[in-house]
Design a protein around this ligand. Structure first.
Ligand SMILES: *[C@@H]1O[C@H](CO)[C@@H](O)[C@H](O)[C@H]1NC(C)=O
Length: 325
């Protein structure tokens, strides 16, 4: 009799344990976000970089309609008219790769001093080309983190159907064909949680207040940055746009936009992939400036430091690389 009741008691506890465990599982999967537990940034800090703080002045909500292969997101300012024209005539032109849809979009804020004449030109340009989005925050170097979050938000809202997105600065040479071949070569692993470019590992914050990339210990106390991608250009699977945006809720804003994306990736547990060839001897995202040489450029995805005139000057010659290099 005693033995039997002890057995019953044991079964009772085991059952209760099992139920508690099951309830915890269900509960946990419901409340736990897809990112590791962290404390959200105080609202007043997060609001500065949150895209919901700002309004669209120009938008292109229908642009991505046909699920493009790739969307190029190009940060620019109001006055970069010449750069926009050069990009539309070179690597941003429509139909460059015949069987794939590749779109481009210029991402713009507002100048600190409003400029009604330039703004009117921009609106005309936007009507003509349909490749401009603009939000009402002040365009400045420190505000590039806001712009990057605006890019992530736009992709997550209007372009989830694209396979890849690329953030690329306006002063860059882009070898679109090589990029497409490279992405095709990455296979399944590049469809989700994938981001590639020139990876900067083991970087430490600059604590000297005269440095361009200075960051105070108050703003970023850690001794190291997690691996991040050079902000000149990086490519990612579009699912990451939404995830980076979610993660940013938990990462205190800093004015270094490339490091900031790296911090969000760290929260997500996503490791950036270094785009190299031949045991890292050739960095495909060349962040240094290289002297133009057709067949050298043919072996890179980007080369840094191109003004509009130089871009237009080399483009015609570069187009021959496909058949000659
Ligand atoms: C960043 O943008 C915000 C919102 O427009 C503005 O208030 C702030 O002055 C800007 N910061 C800089 C350094 O330009």
């Amino acid at each position: 009799m005693r033995k039997r009741s002890r057995y019953k008691l044991l079964m009772y506890f085991a059952g209760a344990g099992l139920i508690t465990f099951a309830v915890m599982l269900v509960f946990n999967s419901k409340i736990r976000p897809s990112i590791p537990k962290k404390t959200p940034t105080p609202k007043e800090l997060y609001d500065v970089i949150s895209p919901s703080t700002y309004r669209f002045i120009l938008n292109q909500p229908e642009l991505c309609g046909k699920s493009p292969f790739l969307i190029l997101m190009i940060p620019a300012t109001l006055k970069d008219t010449e750069a926009r024209t050069a990009i539309r005539r070179t690597w941003g032109q429509n139909g460059l790769i015949s069987h794939l849809t590749i779109l481009h979009l210029f991402v713009i804020g507002q100048p600190a001093q409003s400029d009604p004449v330039l703004q009117e030109h921009l609106e005309k340009e936007s009507m003509e080309y349909g490749d401009i989005i603009q939000m009402d925050f002040v365009d400045s170097y420190q505000n590039l983190t806001i712009k990057t979050m605006m890019i992530m938000n736009w992709i997550a809202t209007y372009c989830q159907g694209a396979q890849y997105a690329m953030k690329i600065d306006a002063d860059i040479f882009l070898n679109v064909r090589y990029l497409v071949d490279y992405l095709h070569g990455q296979g399944e692993s590049s469809r989700k949680d994938y981001i590639t470019g020139s990876v900067i590992a083991d970087a430490a914050p600059h604590r000297d207040s005269f440095n361009k990339w200075y960051i105070s210990e108050d703003l970023y106390p850690d001794k190291w940055y997690p691996p991040y991608l050079s902000g000149a250009a990086y490519v990612f699977s579009t699912d990451l746009a939404r995830k980076i945006l979610q993660a940013s809720r938990f990462v205190r804003p800093i004015p270094l936009e490339d490091v900031y994306v790296g911090l969000c990736l760290h929260v997500l547990g996503v490791k950036p992939v270094y785009a190299t060839r031949f045991l890292r001897l050739r960095n495909l995202f060349e962040v240094r400036r290289l002297k133009y040489e057709r067949c050298t450029f043919a072996k890179h995805i980007i080369v840094n430091g191109f003004n509009p005139q130089n871009l237009l000057r080399i483009w015609h010659d570069f187009q021959k690389s496909y058949s000659t290099c």
